[in-house]
Each structure stands twice: as C-alpha cells, then as structure tokens.
Ligand binder design. Structure first.
Ligand SMILES: Nc1ncnc2c1ncn2[C@@H]1O[C@H](COP(=O)(O)OP(=O)(O)OP(=O)(O)O)[C@@H](O)[C@H]1O
Length: 254
C-alpha cells in the first residue's frame, strides 16, 4: 500500500462490508485492500470480526451489504467453491488434513488423479514432490502419513495443498502460527515469503504480533466489527497497533 492508501496491483478489495448474526453486528462497514506480492495481516482482539471477514472473503458467509472486488472486478460468492474459482485459497485453523493418509494423498484431497478406475499413485507422488520442491518445503517422503508430522509441517502441507493450483492468487491463512514453536513459526514464515515472491497476495489472521511484524507488509486492525486502522508495517510501531486494538488510539481507517 502506498502512503496515501492507494493499493498497488490491487488483488482484493472489500468496501463497506457489514454482517449481522441476529442482533450481533459482527462486521460494520469494514474495508480491506490487499495487494499482490504483499503479506497483509488482520489483527484485533477476540470478537473483533476477523473470522467473519475471512469467511466473507472465502465464500462461507455472504455480507449483508458492501462490495467485494477481485482484481478490481466486483464479485459475489455463493459458496467457498465460488471463491476458489476466483483464485482464493483458504487454510482454516483445523487444516482439514486426514492424518492416516500420506502427504501426497493429502495434497490431492478432492482431486485424486486416476488412471482408468485406479488411483494414479505415480502421478500423485510426482506432482506432490514437484509442488513441495517449488515451495521449498522439506517433509521427508511424500509417503509419510500426515499424522507423523509436526504441527508446523502440517500447517505447511495444508498451505501447499491450498495453493497447489496455480490459479490461487490470493491465500487466506487463519491463525497459521497457533500452537507452533519458534522454529516451526519460522518454517511457516518461509513458505509465506515464498508465496509472496511468486506474486500472491497473502492475508493472515494472526494474534501473534511478533509474527505479524516479521512477515507482514500491511496491517489492518479490527475492533468491535470495524476496521479501525490500515497501516504500513514498516512505518508502524507495535505500540501503535496495540493502541488501535485496545481502543486507546482512535482509528484512522480510510
Ligand atoms: N455464526 C455466528 N452466529 C452468531 N454470532 C456470531 C457468529 N459468528 C460470529 N459471531 C459473533 O460476531 C462477533 C465477531 O466474531 P468473529 O469470530 O468474527 O471475531 P474474531 O475477531 O474472529 O474473534 P476470535 O479472535 O475470538 O476468533 C462476535 O461477537 C461473535 O460472537
């Protein structure tokens, strides 16, 4: 994002999005502008509306009002499949991996290659090896059951699966570092940087401000359903962000 807030190479824009659940206003005229080749952190206290925003972007919820644009084109998602068709890949906190299946199969869940009526293992393993090499990911053998991997490795497999299809230009990550150790957080950070160099727009919901300041270029702060600040991480202090999260600083969101 430039200093005046104009998006360069605009990948995704949400303007004035609101969402109610009965009497609860989860989102109130929230805005988001995300650029290609940048990592965008969404931060805020519990209940600030981060997950609701993510679910709107991933097609799980429809906003009551507001406009969503992908690469500048207005879109409306009726389902997560619609969002995927527009190049938006989402990795939820539960990762949705099958522990008893190996890495190669998990990378192809929902899209297992077949030869006549049988699983084409050779192709699946070849493709999995290529995808992981392309993202610089090392998890030993693609035949390793996912249940034997560490939390960080699982997160990385889930991210690799989400972006396996080249057309995923926008990657949404919900708390990618939750419950990970320092070294594993670094591995997740490495794959995020790799995706960034490939020109993808990465959106991270994250409570971990150390991680946000290490890897994010832009930060949107949410508070009580509103987007209260859109910040350039390079020129923002951690105290400023905490101030916006708690309400000690007043929002300047455009
Ligand atoms: N399906 C739902 N039904 C009713 N209320 C909901 C629903 N989803 C979210 N909410 C409410 O909307 C508000 C925003 O919730 P949301 O989960 O988006 O916040 P969050 O910032 O992701 O919080 P956390 O960090 O705790 O996950 C909260 O008050 C929450 O209770």
């Amino acid at each position: 994002m430039t200093k005046d807030g104009t998006a360069q190479n605009n990948a995704l824009t949400l303007v004035g999005a609101s969402k109610n659940f009965g009497h609860v206003q989860a989102l109130h005229e929230a805005d988001l502008r995300v650029s290609a080749g940048r990592v965008h952190g969404i931060v805020g206290d519990n209940g600030a509306g981060k997950s609701t925003m993510l679910k709107i972007l991933s097609g799980l919820h429809k906003p009551d009002s507001g406009e969503l644009r992908v690469a500048g084109v207005p879109v409306s998602f009726d389902s997560p499949a619609d969002a995927r068709d527009h190049g938006i890949a989402t990795v939820y906190q539960d990762l949705a991996l099958v522990e008893c299946l190996d890495v190669a199969t998990n990378l192809h869940l929902g899209d297992i290659p077949k030869k006549r009526f049988f699983v084409d293992r050779k192709r699946m393993e070849r493709d999995a090896t290529r995808v992981l090499a392309d993202l610089n990911v090392r998890v030993g053998s693609v035949r390793t059951p996912v249940g034997m991997l560490s939390g960080g490795q699982r997160q990385i497999i889930a991210i690799s699966r989400a972006v396996r299809l080249e057309e995923s230009k926008i990657v949404l990550l919900d708390e990618p570092t939750a419950a990970l150790g320092i070294q594993e957080r670094g591995h997740v950070g490495d794959i995020i940087e790799r995706l960034k160099t490939k020109g993808k727009a990465i959106i991270i919901i994250c409570h971990d401000l150390d991680f946000v300041f290490t890897y994010c270029d832009d930060i949107t702060v949410m508070r009580l359903g509103r987007t209260v600040a859109h910040l350039d991480a390079a020129t923002t202090s951690r105290d400023d962000v905490i101030g916006y999260i708690t309400g000690a600083r007043q929002g300047t969101a455009a």
